[in-house]
Design a protein around this ligand. Sequence first.
Ligand code: RIB
Ligand code: CA
Length: 332
Amino acid sequence: MNPQRRPLILDVDTGSDDALAILTALLSPEYFEVLGICTVHGNRPLPNTTENTLRVVQLLGSDVPVIQGCAKPIVAGIDKLRGMRARANEKQLNGQEKVAYHAEYLDLPPALRGPLPGTRAPLWYIDTLMKADRKVTLVMVGPLTNFALAYRIEPRILEHVEEIVIMGGGHDQHNATGASEFNIFMDPEAAAVVFECGEHVPLTVMPLDATHHANMRPRHEAIFRSWGSAVGDFVAEMIRDRLDAYNVMQPLHEPDIAPIHDALCLIYLIDQSVITLKKRVRGDVVCGGIADGATLFDTRYFTDAPKNCTVCLATDEDKFASLLIEIFSRAK
Ligand code: RIB
Ligand code: CA
């Protein structure tokens, strides 16, 4: 077996870019043995993110288990004032037309199977990791509620973790509020717990500073559309949805770009050279207050703060796009 092939658990809030991350993992069997995909609240409510995940898995005819997780953050939802400033997921244009980063339900056939019965993600993490005969890589691309709870229940699970890669946070880039990124903002306390895990296992953080340069563009949409296949059409639709949403709701450094935030975590595990700047730093999360959900990466050369993560700060966009196209072409 390919020594590079690593046992992998995904944690998602599917989600248009989560969907492309799932496709990337499942279409790269030489790199990943996907043990399970855990779902969490975030882009849409938990029932939606779970159904959407099942639909994406079904698109590839995969039988990988989907494990339903937490419907709410650990504590952030209790204080109603803390969520007041979060960005909207969609915007009503004139008439009936609207744009959204993430559809309520992905435009795929309804799932024929449900989530794994008799368990929930935090408990499944503990059961699966404690029994694992090889250390497992975790890629988490939504709010971090599920794993934070699993670790608080059974800290020994970290002995079975190879490394953790999360999409979240922002050093100079933010999207949920002026200080925070969406995944972290949705459950800052859970994120703080995962950053604590970084003191015990390798933690790589993929913030917006890196993912805002992990883009698909209209020319890429056209490539996928030209395939005339179910996967090609779905990928093209996800890109188009994101291009429209960003142009209307969140213009970035240039028009007509669609960040595929979550897929960058998988592409990085396949080819680390896609990240052109990364630093070993101390990372912390602000919980509550005006900067609720902010991630603080101490990049000072002279700091003596104990380092707990590698933060990725720049991306080779062409390499990202070409690797993504190559991987998706396997399902042409
Ligand atoms: O801020 C980007 C992140 O928020 C991505 O994971 C996207 O799917 C949303 O969850
Ligand atoms: Ca996500």
